[in-house]
Design a protein around this ligand. Structure first.
Ligand code: ADP
Length: 226
């Protein structure tokens, strides 16, 4: 089961990815978390990435494609994975097609969490995150429910970075969805309900075959029903 979570910053991808990981027992590949781990560890990549993340801009396609290529070749991804935060640009999506092809894999579903821009701005400004498990919480929450850690604010959730993140998403990442729509892979889910309601819909979408899969099973392997 290979799943792609798609949505704007603040749309709830991380929360749903955690749920899916628990349900299907497959790894969650979150490129933002991977970059933050590099920053934390003080690696060369982390040093380069830190100011880019803090400003809400994107790390180069070349670097991101290299990171994902390396991660997908690790053995724990064999049974499947949940991709979150990649691809964020059309060149990344094209590179991922090639990479998946080389590995003999395909996505079963693209799950799009839809949230209007004004809700995103509201959710991101002031949200807090657990530095240990990355769960996110509303402003003024004190500690993480899961591990008791003191919550922190991500650099890119500070007001000056939130708007640039949404703008770059609208410009560079919205076109990525069209890339997958043509393949009949996209399930659109309203990202504004309660976490439980959304989780139910995400699980149902993840467990249902895509239009492309239905066509293949029916013998129309090349059919591109949208
Ligand atoms: P969010 O989706 O809430 O913005 P992420 O944790 O997914 O947060 O990503 C944080 C930051 O990491 C992004 O704003 C960007 O700077 C960088 N990043 C993550 N994934 C990519 C990617 N695929 N391409 C370029 N930059 C990325």
């Amino acid at each position: 089961m290979n799943l792609l979570l798609y949505g704007a910053p603040g749309s709830g991808k991380g929360t749903q990815a955690n749920m899916l990981r628990g349900h299907f027992g497959i790894p969650h590949i979150a490129t933002g978390d991977m970059l933050r781990a590099e920053i934390q560890a003080g690696t060369e990549l982390g040093r380069q990435a830190q100011p880019i993340l803090a400003a809400g801009r994107y790390v180069s396609d070349e670097i991101m494609i290299g990171i994902v290529r390396h991660r997908l070749s690790e053995p724990d991804c064999q049974p499947g994975f949940i991709m979150d935060g990649f691809p964020r640009t059309v060149p990344q999506a094209e590179a991922l097609d090639d990479l998946m092809g080389d590995l003999g894999k395909r996505f079963d579903r693209v799950i799009y969490l839809m949230v209007p821009v004004e809700d995103l701005l509201h959710r991101l400004s002031g949200r807090l995150v657990c530095p240990v498990c990355q769960r996110t919480y509303p402003p003024a929450t004190e500690a993480c429910d899961a591990d008791g850690s003191t919550l922190v604010q991500r650099d890119d959730d500070k007001p000056e970075a939130v708007r640039p993140r949404i703008e770059i998403y609208l410009e560079k990442t919205v076109p990525v969805l069209d890339h997958y729509r043509g393949e009949g892979l996209v399930s659109e889910i309203d990202g504004r309900g309660t976490i439980d309601e959304i989780s139910r819909q995400v699980l149902a979408a993840a467990s249902s075959p895509s239009n492309g899969e239905v066509a293949r099973r029916a013998g129309g392997a090349e059919s591109k029903t949208a």
